[in-house]
Design a protein around this ligand. Structure first.
Ligand SMILES: *[C@@H]1O[C@H](CO)[C@@H](O)[C@H](O)[C@H]1NC(C)=O
Ligand SMILES: *[C@@H]1O[C@H](CO)[C@@H](O)[C@H](O)[C@H]1NC(C)=O
Ligand SMILES: *[C@@H]1O[C@H](CO)[C@@H](O)[C@H](O)[C@H]1NC(C)=O
Ligand SMILES: *[C@@H]1O[C@H](CO)[C@@H](O)[C@H](O)[C@H]1NC(C)=O
Ligand SMILES: *[C@@H]1O[C@H](CO)[C@@H](O)[C@H](O)[C@H]1NC(C)=O
Ligand SMILES: *[C@@H]1O[C@H](CO)[C@@H](O)[C@H](O)[C@H]1NC(C)=O
Ligand SMILES: *[C@@H]1O[C@H](CO)[C@@H](O)[C@H](O)[C@H]1NC(C)=O
Ligand SMILES: *[C@@H]1O[C@H](CO)[C@@H](O)[C@H](O)[C@H]1NC(C)=O
Length: 911
């Protein structure tokens, strides 16, 4: 019987799997997704390029999650998919009905003004599994409420930043709601006649009607079981906030960031005796002083980014339950906390004083704190000194144990706080550290292997740019816990110790770039089975690239560029390799590419440029079906481009310049794919990217937000390509950079090039092109760099309007039959209709100068791509964890996500 059941189960599973496995998703859902895409893109958007009929596996399309056992769509992340320029619009909610297991639906930031076929939600009741609905940042009015009332399982509803107004009536049918976001609307009153007793989390962030804010607070009585309340960015001056909220006896967490409060409203908070968590970040105007000192149960207090006055520490001192205190970026008006200030905070575990002006005595002040586990002093100015380097400073005297700190830290972040000296001496007394960041402190010592030896649980060690020198010293024993080690940008020398694999077997991320390491890569590195990221770039490593590196089971990112590796590429990277990013540029690699990456179908970016590779581009290149970045420039490759290369439909950047490639250029569809994975994570990442600046030799290209993920470039310059330019290249409407210069191309400039609306750089110089310059090129409004010099072009130059008004004579020169401004040659009434080619116009008077600007700009773009990819991966592991953690614990939307995770970003080099 048991056996029978087992067989039956297997059969049932097999049969039920067969229903969808061939397509990876249900056919009806796949069709529904395509309808949805059409609707979102109507009339002329370009979103969701990977949602294509030809791609059957709809569960692997971007912005979709499926249940792995049923294959049904469970999550749709459709935020920001509608082209904003198309204005407000109405979405057909029936399009979601086929997704019966839909659990989470993101639709924020799409300018949705409402639904077509608004049937009061009766249809939507079929979405019986929908629990979380994200509608922020749209144009919904109050009628959205009656619509969502039909959703039987709805637990989380986010409606912030819409056009809700006045009185909001929450019907009984919403009684399963646990989380409700209404911020950024013009709401004056909330009514819930039956009470929403399940409601735990409510956001009334930035409710703009000042006059009614008190009335609004009064109406919170309808939610007796609220535990968390976001009231940030409101004006509560003159309101007795504490009294109004006093009925909420379960309230534990209150957020008042960026509020306007007066002394009165602050003091009244003292009445909220159940409060455990209070955020008063960045208040407007009034300085919090001692008003809320009665909050004896407070465990978490965030006062970051305020100007505090002297009495604040007296108030804090009495909050003896405090576990977390954040004073990040506070101006303390010259006051430095003293030992007395922290003496009674016996329970404090987490102290953030980053970006505050302090002096060394802070270490004295906090030395008595017995529970402290996390200390963040990033970016503090400690009078230019790292702690403990001065004789009169408390932890300097190693032998005086009375003066050593009473805490055993788990996390310490000191990055960027000072110059010179040695390792802070109190570090010698720490043995519980799990995470230590000393980035950008100029320490000038040796590698602190004692830190790893002393702290058995150490997981993360950041020693980037610390001016460390000497050899890389390993701990004496094996340390399995260390998973992240960065010693990039120091002055280490000598060989990488051969026992590294045995002593640090738990490494997942190892950054050793920009040092002076020489010798070869030690064999034992290959035994680090969890290693995902290995960056040894910019050293003086030699030898061959070891073959075993392609068999490392977890390795995803490998950067060996800018070393002295020579010899052939490894014969064949293993078929189980997970490598996605391979950077081997600027070495002395020789010989053909042969079969090296034949089995590496996961590769996403492959950079073999600036080597001495010979032979042809292999025909198996189309096996790398995920390839997006291919860089083979500055080698000695020859022969024609194999037709197989044109089958790579995800490519977004290809650089084959400076080789000896010949034959015709074919055309293909360069991808407009979004990045395939974790889209929300990439979106968040790229919006934080705006802090990057790329300026080289006065040429600065900056890309905004998501554009980087669509960046598209082709560089085939300095080869021996012949034949005509295929007009289909004009269809690659996302193209930003096209360089076909220094070849032997003939025929006309395709008029289709006027479709390259995104193009910023177009170089066709040094060829044998003839015919006229298509006059409609003047419609390329993004064009910054343009050259058609040294060809056989004829006729009139394009009108000097828009971008073309900026192009000088050098962009057109050496085209004997070309006339019109800015050339000195004036167009005569009768131009020769078809000029006879001459042979004097090519390849002379060394022409790189006038296109230098182009190379610079391309280089900038190219470097940026590499940087961003690198950075993504650098933070990938941590970001990913933070992200999923956030998903689990979050009660509010992505705005908070970014804000909360900025420290993580800055730790990895964003700021
Ligand atoms: C897209 O459609 C809108 C509305 O019909 C129109 O205003 C806009 O010019 C169109 N854009 C393009 C690129 O066709
Ligand atoms: C997938 O669906 C099955 C059947 O409905 C359910 O039992 C399971 O919990 C789901 N898995 C996930 C991860 O949601
Ligand atoms: C909404 O979508 C449903 C399902 O695709 C369709 O039957 C209906 O005609 C659509 N309504 C409108 C107004 O487009
Ligand atoms: C909400 O609080 C009331 C008392 O105010 C209590 O009776 C009820 O059980 C609570 N509801 C839930 C879901 O916890
Ligand atoms: C608050 O809302 C107003 C109007 O909706 C908006 O202009 C402002 O930027 C918002 N402020 C914050 C901090 O979100
Ligand atoms: C840490 O290492 C240093 C140097 O080896 C040593 O002097 C110190 O006693 C060690 N501290 C602990 C807590 O093990
Ligand atoms: C192009 O081909 C010609 C002859 O086929 C050869 O002489 C020349 O060196 C080649 N140029 C480049 C840049 O490879
Ligand atoms: C162009 O072709 C000619 C022969 O047809 C060759 O001599 C010359 O080197 C080629 N130019 C380039 C830039 O490859």
């Amino acid at each position: 019987m048991g056996l029978f059941l087992q067989v039956l189960t297997v059969l049932v599973i097999t049969v039920s799997l067969q229903g969808w496995v061939p397509l990876g998703c249900l056919e009806e859902e796949r069709i529904a997704l395509l309808h949805l895409k059409d609707s979102l893109n109507y009339p002329n958007g370009t979103s969701l390029p990977s949602w294509r009929i030809a791609h059957a596996h709809c569960c692997s399309w971007e912005r979709i999650r499926c249940n792995s056992s049923t294959g049904r769509v469970t999550m749709l992340y459709l935020e920001g998919v509608r082209n904003e320029e198309l204005g407000d619009w109405y979405l057909n909610a029936s399009l979601f009905l086929p997704f019966q297991q839909l659990n989470v639906l993101y639709l924020w930031n799409n300018r949705i003004a409402g639904w077509v076929e608004n049937k009061g939600g009766s249809e939507l009741q079929k979405l019986s599994n929908l629990e979380s609905l994200y509608l922020e940042d749209n144009s919904f009015n109050n009628s959205i409420l009656s619509f969502v009332e039909g959703l039987p399982s709805l637990k989380s509803l986010y409606l912030s930043y819409n056009r809700l107004e006045g009185l909001i009536d929450l019907k009984e049918s919403l009684s399963s709601l646990e989380t409700l976001g209404l911020g950024g609307n013009n709401i004056s009153k909330l009514v819930a006649s039956r009470g929403l007793s399940n409601l735990r989390y409510l956001s009334l962030y930035n409710i703009t009607t000042y006059g009614s804010s008190f009335q609004l607070l009064q109406s919170l009585r309808a939610f007796p079981n609220l535990t968390t309340l976001y009231l940030g960015s409101n004006d509560f001056r003159g309101r007795i906030l504490g009294d109004a909220l006093q009925n909420l006896s379960s309230l534990e967490m209150l957020h008042l960031e960026a509020c306007s409060l007066d002394e009165h409203s602050l003091q009244s908070l003292g009445a909220l005796s159940s409060l455990k968590n209070l955020s008063l970040q960045e208040l407007n105007g009034n300085v919090p002083s001692g008003g809320f000192l009665d909050l004896k149960n407070l465990e978490y207090l965030d006062l970051s980014y305020n100007t505090l006055n002297n009495s604040i520490f007296q108030a804090i001192r009495t909050m003896t339950s405090l576990k977390t205190l954040k004073l990040k970026g506070c101006s303390l008006n010259g006051q430095i906390p003293t030992t007395q200030d922290f003496l009674d905070l016996k329970n404090l575990e987490y102290l953030d004083l980053s970006n505050t002006a302090l002096n060394n005595s802070i270490f004295q002040a906090i030395g008595t704190m017995t529970s402290l586990k996390t200390l963040i002093l990033e970016g503090c100015s400690l009078n230019g000194q790292i702690p403990t380097t001065q004789g009169n400073e408390i932890f300097a005297e190693e032998d005086d144990h009375n003066l050593s700190p009473k805490f055993q830290l788990e996390s310490l972040y000191l990055s960027g706080i000072g110059q010179g000296g040695a390792f802070p001496k109190f570090l010698y007394h720490q043995f519980n550290l799990q995470s230590l960041d000393l980035t950008n402190i100029q320490i000038k010592g040796e590698f602190p292997n004692w830190l790893i030896e002393n702290n058995t649980y150490l997981q993360e060690l950041h020693l980037e740019n610390c001016s460390l020198l000497g050899p890389f010293l390993l701990p004496d024993n094996s340390h399995v816990n260390l998973s992240f080690l960065s010693i990039s940008m120091n002055h280490f020398q000598g060989q990488i110790p051969s026992e590294i694999g045995a002593r640090l077997p738990g490494l997942e991320v190892l950054f050793m770039s920009e040092n002076g390491f020489n010798g070869s890569i030690p064999f034992s590195l290959g035994n680090i089975s969890l290693l995902e990221v290995l960056d040894l770039s910019n050293n003086s490593l030699q030898g061959q690239i070891p073959g075993w590196i392609g068999n490392m089971s977890s390795l995803e990112f490998l950067d060996l560029s800018r070393n002295n590796f020579s010899g052939l590429l490894p014969p064949r990277f293993g078929s189980s390799s997970k490598l996605k990013f391979i950077y081997l540029s600027r070495n002395n690699l020789q010989g053909p590419i042969a079969m090296a990456f034949y089995d590496s179908s996961e590769i996403f970016a492959l950079d073999l440029s600036h080597n001495d590779l010979t032979g042809r581009i292999p025909e198996w290149i189309d096996r790398l079906s995920n390839l997006r970045f291919l860089l083979l420039s500055y080698n000695n490759l020859e022969g024609e481009i194999p037709i197989h290369l044109y089958r790579l439909d995800q490519l977004t950047l290809i650089d084959l310049s400076h080789n000896h490639l010949s034959g015709n250029i074919l055309s293909w569809m360069i991808s407009t794919y979004n990045f395939p994975v974790e889209n929300t994570y990439y979106d968040s990442l790229s919006s934080s990217q705006q802090s990057f600046e790329f300026t080289t030799k006065n040429v600065s290209l900056s890309y905004r937000g998501n554009i980087i993920w669509y960046f598209i470039g082709i560089d085939f310059s300095c080869n021996n390509f012949t034949g005509q330019i295929p007009p289909e290249i004009g269809n690659l409407s996302m193209l930003k950079v096209l360089n076909l210069s220094h070849n032997n191309l003939t025929g006309p400039i395709p008029p289709t090039f006027s479709n390259l609306k995104e193009i910023e750089s177009l170089d066709l110089s040094y060829n044998k092109l003839d015919g006229e310059i298509p006059p409609r090129l003047i419609e390329l409004f993004s064009l910054e760099v343009f050259s058609v010099a040294h060809n056989n072009l004829s006729g009139k130059t394009p009108a000097r309007v828009a971008q073309f008004a900026t192009f000088e004579e050098s962009c057109y020169k050496d085209n004997p039959f070309l006339c019109g401004e800015p050339l000195p040659k004036i167009c005569g009434a009768a131009m020769p209709p078809s000029p006879t080619p001459t042979s004097t116009n090519n390849e002379d008077n060394g022409g790189f100068m006038d296109v230098e600007v182009f190379y610079v700009s391309f280089g900038v773009a190219y470097i940026m791509v590499l940087l961003v990819i690198g950075v993504v991966l650098r933070i990938n592991l941590y970001w990913r964890r933070a992200w999923f953690h956030f998903i689990e614990v979050s009660i509010n939307n992505c705005y908070y996500f970014l804000v909360d995770n900025l420290p993580i970003l800055s730790k990895f080099g964003f700021s």
